[in-house]
Design a protein around this ligand. Sequence first.
Ligand code: AKG
Ligand code: FE2
Length: 359
Amino acid sequence: MTTPEIPSYTHAPTTKADLDYADLAVIDLAKAGTAEGRAGLAKQVTEAMAVHGFFYVINHGYTPEQTKRIFDIANVPFEGVSEDEKKEYAGTMKKSGSYQGYKLRQYWHIDNGVADQLEHYNINRDTSKRPHPQALQPLLPEIKAFSKHNHSNVLNPILRLMAIGLELPEETFIDMHGYDSVGETYVRFMKYYPRTEEEEQKTKNVWLKGHTDFGTITILYSQPVAALQILAKDNTWKWVKHIDNAIVVNAGDAMEFLSGGFYPATIHRVVQPPEDQHKYARLGAFYFVMTDDDVKLSPLVQSPVLQRIGIKERFESDKTPTMEQWRKGRTAAYGKSELTKKGTVEEEVINGVLVKHYN
Ligand SMILES: O=C(O)CCC(=O)C(=O)O
Ligand SMILES: [Fe+2]
């Protein structure tokens, strides 16, 4: 297959700053081919989720060249599309509760009257669901292949390990994440632009506030601009270190609910990069995973592990939302709702559940 020619994206050099990095486990998917290998990896995942809620994945099946091509493609919706055309493809988050199309810059309020300086373009794994800007059209087969790769080669092996960790049949979570089911799982390309000194000061260098992701799993392709931080158990922010061609994985709200709190959704945020990277934009490529829309997000009480250690119920049983209700509520409200400030934490109630935003 000949691939369309697009500009090559040059990453920023890796930072030389001495940052307080989180010590995250590395899950080597090359070991996932045997039952014994999976048992070992499942233990590693369980521990990683309990300690940090984030881990790296390596040997996921993409070569460095394939990953590089994804970043070339990721840059097209930002640099290959005019500002006017971007507006035509803006998402309708508040109205539809769905991120499809662009989240344009300055849509969210960060702090002290300062709005965000980041854009994303979101594409459902069924790329034919919506029309796309002209420059992306020839790239749709590759974007489709990228979704499929994430689903089959990254997501499903991780979901298997997470089911094993709960002593559930290996396919338990996979069965809730049908590639062809009705649901929102999507690819996101994201670009953060450097901000003015005034914006940095007014927001205390926070680019994207502390939050949990609302789906089950987030798959993030590691890139060199340091900015992602996770909230550690000791309440300090730790940086996530770049590893070439690795993937960074974390659980979101839906996984926390399904696992009765066993796989918690860790709070993370994005801040201004260290000084040697100040002038660079930050390009991201993600696969945001949700269960099928109709899945009720109640704990898998049949898990022998949960029966032994106990379950954290987040909802009264008749109030448990489906994946569709939860994602729509969170998407419509994010960065737009009236928050109640409680010290450094802002709170809002979505479907009866307290959601916290950390500064
Ligand atoms: O850009 C990043 O590294 C993280 C972005 C993020 O947390 C999100 O989009 O939910
Ligand atoms: Fe996130």
